[in-house]
Write a protein that binds this ligand. Structure first.
Ligand code: CO
Length: 135
């Protein structure tokens, strides 16, 4: 599998609105997307900052994956996303090479992207997301 580029770095935050205002005021971050996906329990914004995309990732409630992350680990870096050309082929290759996958099939992520997560057991404690632009 070949990662093409970093797509975004996600930061778990207690309040997306508050974090967004802070990032705009302090760092000149420019809002790209704002989206809430209730069925995934996610409230998110992406901003462009110094040529990088940062995903500010909040929870819609405590009993959601991000809500549980925040309760256990607190605010901070949540995952790093890499762009790949062929998500299905990348997952098949990783699985064949013994990587532990959270998603064996691509699923719909934020902003119309197809995504899949790799288990942090495989990547030394870092949660990686693979992203491809859905056709
Ligand atoms: Co992400």
């Amino acid at each position: 599998m070949q990662a093409k580029s970093t797509h975004h770095i996600a930061v778990a935050v207690n309040s997306v609105d508050e974090a967004l205002a802070t990032y705009q005021q302090l760092f000149g971050a420019v809002l790209e997307h704002r989206e809430t996906v209730p069925e995934q329990g996610v409230d998110a914004a992406t901003v462009m900052l110094g040529g990088n995309r940062i995903e500010l990732l909040g929870a819609t409630g405590p009993d959601t994956p991000v809500g549980k992350f925040l309760a256990k680990r607190g605010q901070g870096i949540h995952h790093i996303a890499f762009e790949v050309d062929d998500l299905r082929a990348s997952l098949a290759e990783l699985e064949a090479k013994g990587a532990q996958l959270i998603d064996t099939e691509p699923r719909r992520g934020l902003h119309g992207l197809e995504v899949a997560f790799i288990h942090p057991e495989t990547s030394y404690g870092v949660l990686y997301e693979l992203v491809t632009n859905a056709a």
